[in-house]
Ligand binder design. Structure first.
Ligand code: F6P
Length: 321
């Protein structure tokens, strides 16, 4: 391996810049030429590929977003798009890639390896934490801390007005943001897409917990069947006297300066990715399991959907009662 390139793809996540920095600096440390690709696979297709040096990643470890930009590329999904992408990489002599992203990124990477046999190592960059092969994804810790900061504030006003709040958090196919942040804010109920909602039990709980707290907070994952407004409607039907509000936290969960956990995770995995390419590995995601770097084939890493620790959900029940 002589020339490597790094790119970010899919939804951005805090800590992606720390990962880019780690990849670039590690590559340079081992005397490789390092390139950046703008806008993920789209930049590969359109030849947005440029050399990077140590200075180009200076002062970015603390910044949210991704300096390389990101996109969800339609063209790369086509045979022709991938052919153009490969030719552009060949022109620069790039013989190894580090792909930072989530399941869509790794699905694209698998296809690319299958067709062109190019070495690619993935880094888990998504706020959703919905990848197998790592305890946590880069961006998840920052995102759940953003959620708890916001919901703590909502709790202040909810408690002052004796209100019930339905708060919607991100997680298109995954309830892991909802689950962990729900536990951290002492939510009365957490609704996630992986587990069918028992509305009767939810109503009972809302009613029962009134004796402890005037305010009640229900955290709903975006991917849940109903969505926050529909959940609020049901509650209103059952308890018309509740003073009810809905709050959708939205994309603030994707931004902001990465937490220490995310910076260190991104840095460790960035170093590991470059070293893995040098060892001849490909088609795998670097992750951290029990504090140890482990590699998981892309096909396995993306099969996380549905894997939820229902012990955590049980805890919500116990601790809010
Ligand atoms: O995958 C990350 C994520 O933030 C999901 O939690 C969310 O459902 C989705 O991306 C939102 O995507 P967009 O940026 O296209 O609105």
């Amino acid at each position: 391996i002589k020339n490597i390139a790094v790119f970010t793809s899919g939804g951005d996540a805090p800590g992606m810049n720390a990962a880019i920095r780690a990849v670039v600096r590690t590559g340079l440390y081992y005397n490789l030429n390092v390139f950046g690709i703008g806008r993920g696979y789209d930049g590969m297709v359109h030849d947005d590929i440029f050399a990077m040096d140590a200075k180009s990643v200076a002062n970015i470890i603390q910044r949210g977003g991704t300096i390389l930009k990101t996109a969800r590329s339609e063209e790369f999904r086509t045979v022709e798009g991938r052919r153009r992408a490969f030719e552009n990489l060949q022109k620069k002599g790039i013989d190894g890639l580090v792909a930072i992203g989530g399941d869509g990124t790794f699905t694209g990477a698998s296809k690319f390896i299958e067709e062109y046999n190019i070495p690619i190592i993935g880094l888990p960059g998504t706020i959703d934490n919905d990848l197998a092969g790592t305890d946590f994804t880069i961006g998840y810790d920052t995102a759940i801390n953003t959620v708890i900061e916001a919901v703590d504030k909502i709790r202040d006003t909810a408690e002052s007005h004796d209100r019930v709040f339905v708060v919607e958090v991100m997680g298109r196919d995954s309830g892991l943001i909802a689950l962990r942040s729900g536990i951290s804010v002492g939510a009365e109920c957490v609704l996630i897409p992986e587990i069918k909602v028992d509305y009767e039990a939810m109503m009972d709980r809302l009613d029962r917990t009134r004796k402890n707290k005037a305010s009640r907070v229900i955290i709903v994952a975006e991917g849940d069947d109903a969505g926050a407004f529909a959940v609020a409607e049901r509650i209103k039907e059952r308890f018309p006297h509740y003073d009810l509000r809905v709050s959708i936290l939205g994309h603030i969960q994707r931004g902001g300066s990465p937490s220490c956990m995310d910076r260190v995770l991104a840095s460790r995995l960035g170093v590991a990715a470059v070293e893995a390419l040098m060892e001849g590995r490909r088609g795998e995601m670097a992750g951290l399991i029990h504090s140890k770097v482990e590699f998981t084939p892309f096909e396995k890493a993306i099969k996380h959907i549905g894997a939820v620790n229902d012990n955590l959900l049980r805890m919500v029940d116990i601790l809010s009662s």
